[in-house]
Design a protein around this ligand. Structure first.
Ligand code: 3NM
Ligand code: MG
Length: 535
């Protein structure tokens, strides 16, 4: 029993006039059992021991009929007298190890915790699950210690996830102010992927008092709550949604997303010039990508053309994919023209670490020019860091121009990206399974995209093209503009990869071009936002 508990809809009882009213607790709990609660805690802070035991016995009968465990709040003696499945202990109640010694190995023991330290101790002493709270202020329990919100719950879960096997395995529910209007959002927010972990530890259930016990129809209320638990929330993307990791709150993510929608519309409205000085391999693909997102591409590798082109309100992409001495001179002319005209420049230092020619070319360009955005995979950005004057203690030399696997852990990558951006006063994007982007103060990571992007040529280069159009159309905030471009690009890739007619990297390419087009069309027409949810 102890190890196979379903904590998902955890009912905590209350016998007060304010919540139970004049109804009979046993009848109300029976209704809740019929409605689908999965575990019951009998919590009664005032009744005498005789009443506690007789009520607990009746509750236990009902729970047994539904094969649902019954726990007793605080009173180990009552649990023993009744022979029910366990206890729930608050911070001021009997010590968990003591209770375990008395109750034995088969009983369920839960603990109320509201901090990392309390959680650590409770697990160490053998708690099976944690009741983490107080999530939101509630009328049901006035003397709660701390209102910790979703962020406080998340911090405790993160701690549990990283410590050791025992903390990883402990179950948890959150408590305080949970009801039908907030349940799905709480679960959704708590299970958001992080860059290190696409499936982070999340709660195993929600503990509820008044939204069931105080409901006019406790059976219907429980049915509705368990239905909500079993259904994806309406705001969750059916196909894909942005995965941000940031030490930021949900308001900032919402703001970022609404800015991203505006930025996408601006690209279609302004149809900015995307002037590509790019390698031979991707010219055609880059032009198609630019067209499909609503930009106006020109492939012009001759530097003397740039003084005219730079006056057209567009942006320049310098992609060093096939650098030559002549090419380098052309880049310099074009960069000077755009720097003078104020047009944004995206630098894509393809294979920057691969040869001394490329390393020198990058160092020359970076010492003489301003790039609004520098994008590259991890190895390329590490080379950018060196060109920007950082000393890195890895000695790995880049082999090909492909991305390869990560050299540095994510926090280190984020730190490096942020430091380069701060030093260069621009935006730096390190692409990968998790993209990291920073303007030196704001650092975000985005884990969208699809593995097919890594199996076709030019996906990095054409992201550069996409970003150039976004910067040109959205000069007011380059970081937001770039985030919008990444979302557009990577969510379109997810949609394309999920299409039935896409069988692999080959069929993915045309589907991707389609979806780049459709995704932003749909955004402009108000049918889609970057949460991926069709309105
Ligand atoms: N314990 P409702 S909050 C019993 O924070 C209890 O430990 C809490 O009631 C804690 O679902 C709480 O009606 C009451 O908000 C939760
Ligand atoms: Mg207690």
């Amino acid at each position: 029993m102890r190890h196979q508990v379903n904590y998902s809809l955890y009912l905590v009882t209350d016998s007060t006039e304010a919540i139970l009213g004049s109804r009979d607790l046993v009848e109300v709990v029976e209704q809740a059992l019929l409605g689908g609660v999965t575990i019951v805690q009998y919590r009664d802070k005032t009744s005498d021991t005789g009443i506690l035991i007789s009520t607990a016995k009746k509750l236990h009968e009902k729970c047994k009929q539904h094969n649902i465990p019954l726990l007793i709040n605080d009173r180990v003696d009552v649990a023993l007298a009744v022979g029910c499945e366990g206890v729930h202990l608050g911070q001021d109640d009997m010590d968990i190890s003591e209770a375990r010694r008395i109750l034995g190995e088969d009983k369920i023991i839960g603990a109320t915790v509201s901090s990392i330290e309390e959680a650590r101790i409770a697990v160490e002493r053998g708690a099976d699950y944690l009741g983490i709270g107080t999530l939101y202020a509630t009328n049901t329990k006035k003397n709660t210690k701390d209102i910790i919100g979703v962020n406080g719950i998340r911090k405790i879960l993160r701690f549990l996830d990283t410590k050791d096997a025992a903390t990883k395995e402990v179950k948890s529910v959150c408590i305080g102010g949970v009801n039908a209007s907030n349940l799905q959002r709480i679960i959704h927010q708590l299970s958001a992927p992080t860059p290190n972990n696409l499936n982070p530890k999340t709660i195993d259930g929600v503990a509820i008092v008044s939204a069931i016990i105080g409901a006019s129809n406790p059976k219907e209320a429980s049915e509705h709550l368990s239905h909500l638990l079993a259904t994806p929330p309406p705001f969750k993307a059916s196909s894909s949604e942005p995965h941000f990791w940031l030490e930021k709150d949900d308001d900032e993510i919402s703001h970022l997303l609404s800015e991203a929608i505006k930025a996408t519309k601006a690209v279609r409205e302004k149809s900015p010039l995307s002037h590509n000085m790019t390698n031979l391999v991707v010219q055609n693909f880059a032009a198609n990508v630019a067209l499909s997102i609503g930009a106006s591409p020109i492939m012009a590798n001759y530097g003397d053309e740039a003084s005219d082109l730079s006056k057209l309100g567009g942006a320049l992409v310098v992609n060093m994919g096939t650098v030559t001495p002549e090419g380098l001179e052309n880049y310099k002319k074009a960069i000077a023209a755009y720097n003078a005209a104020g047009g944004p420049i995206v630098l894509d230092p393809v294979g920057a670490g691969a040869t001394s020619v490329r390393r020198n070319a990058l160092a020359t360009l970076m010492s003489t020019s301003y790039f609004d955005l520098i994008k590259g995979n991890e190895r390329e950005i590490m080379q950018v860091a060196r060109a920007s004057g950082f000393t890195l203690d890895d000695s790995s030399q880049q082999r090909g121009v492909d991305s390869g696997s990560a050299l540095f852990a994510l926090p280190q990558r984020a730190y490096i990206v942020q430091r380069i951006a701060a030093r260069e006063r621009n935006v730096v994007l390190m692409t990968g399974a998790t993209d990291i982007i920073s303007d030196g103060t704001r650092t975000y990571s985005i884990s969208n995209g699809h593995a097919y992007l890594g199996m076709i040529t030019g996906s990095g280069c054409t992201l550069g093209t996409t970003l150039s159009a976004y910067l040109a159309a959205n000069p007011q905030d380059k970081l937001y503009a770039a985030v919008a471009g990444i979302l557009h690009y990577e969510l379109a890739a997810e949609v394309a990869a999920g299409r039935e007619d896409v069988k692999g990297p080959g069929t993915f390419v045309p589907a991707f071009i389609d979806e780049l087009y459709h995704c932003s069309k749909d955004v402009v027409e108000g049918k889609l936002d970057w949460r991926g949810a069709a309105k």
